[in-house]
Ligand binder design. Sequence first.
Ligand SMILES: NC(=O)c1ccc[n+]([C@@H]2O[C@H](COP(=O)([O-])OP(=O)(O)OC[C@H]3O[C@@H](n4cnc5c(N)ncnc54)[C@H](OP(=O)(O)O)[C@@H]3O)[C@@H](O)[C@H]2O)c1
Length: 294
Amino acid sequence: MSSPTVTLNNGVAMPLLGFGVFQTPPAETVAAVEAAVASGYRLIDTAAAYLNEREVGEGIRRSGIDRGEIFLETKVWISDYGYDATLHAFDKSAAKLGVEQIDLLLLHQALPSQFDLTVDAYRALEKLLADGRVRAIGVSNFMRAHLDRLLTVAEVVPAVNQIEAHPYFAQRDVQAADREHGILTQAWSPIGGITFYRDGQLTSTLENPVITEIAAAHGKSPAQVMLRWGLQQGRSVIPKSIRPARIAENIDVFDFTLSDAELAAIDGLDGDVRGGPEPEQITLAAFGREIPEA
Ligand SMILES: NC(=O)c1ccc[n+]([C@@H]2O[C@H](COP(=O)([O-])OP(=O)(O)OC[C@H]3O[C@@H](n4cnc5c(N)ncnc54)[C@H](OP(=O)(O)O)[C@@H]3O)[C@@H](O)[C@H]2O)c1
């Protein structure tokens, strides 16, 4: 299996479907990344804050696939925001990953109460882009207001906004803002993973009868249906798993098509309940953590 690519707003090609490693313990990350590459994934999404960049790099090297064939994406944590601090954050991530160049570097969150620091961090991304250290830059968890503020001062429009987007929380307003600006929406928790950790309030998306019925009709799994829903609506999706069978299952989504009615039925599940932290409330005091040197 392999994923089709999408052309980002700066002309760089990126696989539409990739592999996530949030909460993948470092000890399991090398094997997971190796399994993903063996299954055909060519986009890997990590973050400095996941503390597994070293193992992601090792997994890619062990996969036997040329570095140039892998699209590597990572994120700068808020504790490293500021022009010089963010340039140094690149050095830390590149050294841990064992690469000279990162394909896509994102700001992991906006810092709404210290937006000047967020802008300084973004200017560092623009510098890294101009210097060829990264091939594309973007943001994550930016709401419409954050994008508007950034775009009044940015020289480079972010290529990607990575946001929580699954059937129970689709953030259509943010997706629309992304579209208006030519920014690709990349869905985190694309099969609703963030909702699995919560107790009792929602049944897992994997057991939702609307999704399981559509899955049965296509002879596919609920996870595959949710990924297909995201892809058909133009989002990049980056499912995470540590299990080789699921890793292979999650990229096996290019041999069926959901009907408009099926897409609409899944759209109808949106409960507008956020699983992740509220982006407006991200502060250094609450979420700051030191990102170790390489
Ligand atoms: N930018 C951000 O703030 C942010 C936040 C969260 C996530 N992310 C990124 O997005 C990626 C994906 O999000 P996520 O990990 O939160 O959620 P997800 O990919 O929607 O779901 C992952 C969960 O689903 C399970 N799973 C995976 N494939 C499955 C399948 N085919 N059938 C049944 N269960 C399956 C996994 O368990 P097993 O591993 O045991 O299979 C795991 O518990 C992350 O890894 C990370 O790269 C970014």
